[in-house]
Design a protein around this ligand. Structure first.
Ligand code: SF4
Length: 470
């Protein structure tokens, strides 16, 4: 194992993917015991947790929301930002306390943080109470580790993998929407990002296996799938396939809604845009991270596009995909970002008028090239820029929502509204959150909703029994 290192990682093995078909046959030998699972980070981690949950429950463990009641605690960690790491460290303090009270408690540390050698060293020296550490490449080892090594600290992490796992089972969080992992890893090496080191090289699943999975989900009543990859539109380059072909094959299953995250502007082809525009069941929603509007910063981020190229792609999507909604990610305060660079970012936000944006202050990740860059921009300046950016982003997000006022939109209803239990909630085709006045019976259905109020981050609406024409 070695610290994340750009040169070593770039020389990684180019050999062919190793496809592994899992055969799962577990006995409920831990019946009567309880597990507590906490997930940090992105959709990939959320989906990995659905696999971890499957393993735990296949062994007979039952879920508890009370950590103090658990016999097994699983932390599925994230390494993207410092605050995610801080949250994990804080929660470990609680785990340590519980372990002292109950020495039989088992603590499992999983996810991206476990792929970082500095974290492993810290676990060995400071957190000896953690029983099992598994990496992102071998989640399927959890049952074996829980059963075989129940009495000593075991670290099983592979820093690189050519494996593509097929036949994974998931205990999914929703009965109506499902994540479908289509590829693993990332080869982009954006200079600020730890993912190419923690998740390994890009490896695509077989097209027919993905289509089979979607068909099965449809048969089981799922209304929506989200194709998932760190770099979803890079799908297939390692196996002679293309993302546009996959999208078309998935669209032909006739599942009602198809989404995909996360796209990299560099890999977005005209063919993909044409396919999205062609099929009604591919949702007109694209999350297209821009990260910065400054060409100088984009170059230092190794994003492989200029602001002009991004805008050209953005305009093409807007022109060709009817009613498309585009959201983005923006990093503020990348090392030595000048006010001029930041103004370029604000300018791109004004040009694109994004439907929404996730905004962050740059956070250095040890071992990445950006972490070694000189940074003379003060934190107070970065915070003030984030504030200015958020005001602009929220303005456009609100504008985009206002356009739906008085319109009837199709909403997939997912459950009871957290804000108001008398209401239900769901998402439009363009991925806008709507709190809906309507009966609980519509949960799990795609229904017409009249939009009655629009805010920056959500909409309110009334369920319409009879669809009214706009
Ligand atoms: S494309 Fe995304 S996951 Fe890959 S290195 Fe860049 S930011 Fe990280």
């Amino acid at each position: 194992m070695h610290l994340p290192d750009l040169d070593i990682a770039k020389k990684r093995d180019k050999k062919e993917n190793n496809y592994i078909e899992l055969k799962e046959n577990y006995k409920p030998v831990l019946k009567g015991k309880k597990y507590f699972l906490r997930t940090y980070g992105c959709q990939m981690n959320v989906h990995d947790s659905e696999a971890l949950r499957n393993y735990l429950e296949a062994l007979g463990l039952e879920n508890t929301d009370l950590v103090s009641n658990a016999d097994v605690i699983v932390l599925n960690t994230c390494a993207i930002r410092e605050n995610a790491k801080d949250k994990v460290t804080g929660f470990l303090g609680k785990c340590h306390y519980l372990k002292k009270k109950n020495p039989n408690l088992k603590i499992v540390f999983a996810g991206c943080m476990s792929e970082q050698p500095n974290v492993i060293n810290e676990i060995k020296s400071k957190h000896s109470y953690i029983d099992i550490v598994i990496g992102t490449h071998n989640l399927y080892d959890l049952p074996k580790l829980l059963l075989e090594n129940f009495n000593k600290q075991t670290i099983e992490v592979y820093s690189e993998s050519d494996e593509v796992i097929e036949g994974m089972h998931y205990n999914r969080d929703s009965q109506y929407t499902a994540w479908v992992n289509i590829m693993y890893g990332c080869d982009k090496f954006c200079t600020y990002c730890i993912v190419p080191y923690t998740r390994g090289k890009e490896r695509s699943r077989k097209l027919e296996k993905i289509v089979e999975e979607v068909k099965r989900l449809k048969e089981n009543g799922y209304k929506e799938v989200t194709l998932l990859g760190q770099n979803v539109n890079a799908y297939g380059h390692d196996i002679g396939e293309t993302f546009s072909h996959l999208l078309e094959c998935v669209a032909k299953t006739n599942i009602e809604r198809i989404r995909f995250v996360t796209s990299h502007p560099w890999n977005f082809t005209d063919e993909m845009i044409n396919i999205i525009a062609k099929y009604k069941n591919i949702m007109p929603y694209i999350h297209l991270p821009i990260q910065s509007g400054s060409n100088e910063i984009l170059k230092r981020m190794n994003r492989r596009y200029t602001r002009e190229e991004y805008f050209e792609l953005f305009t093409k999507m807007k022109e060709k995909i009817p009613n498309v909604s585009i959201t983005t990610d923006i990093i503020v305060g990348f090392p030595n970002e000048s006010e001029e660079d930041f103004q370029d970012t604000l300018d791109m936000v004004k040009k694109c008028q994004f439907d929404g944006a996730y905004t962050f202050i740059y956070s250095p990740r040890e071992g990445t090239p950006a972490a070694k860059m000189t940074d003379n921009t003060k934190m107070a300046v970065k915070e003030e820029r984030l504030h200015r950016l958020n005001e602009l982003v929220n303005y456009y997000s609100n504008q985009s929502n206002q356009k739906l006022l008085g319109k009837v939109v199709e909403v997939l209803i997912l459950g009871n509204s957290e804000k108001d239990n008398s209401k239900v909630y769901g998402y439009t085709d363009t991925m806008k959150l709507v709190n809906v006045s309507g009966p609980k019976e519509i949960i799990g259905q795609i229904v017409p909703v009249l939009i009655t109020d629009a805010k920056s981050f959500s909409l309110d609406g009334d369920y319409l029994k009879e669809k009214v024409k706009n």
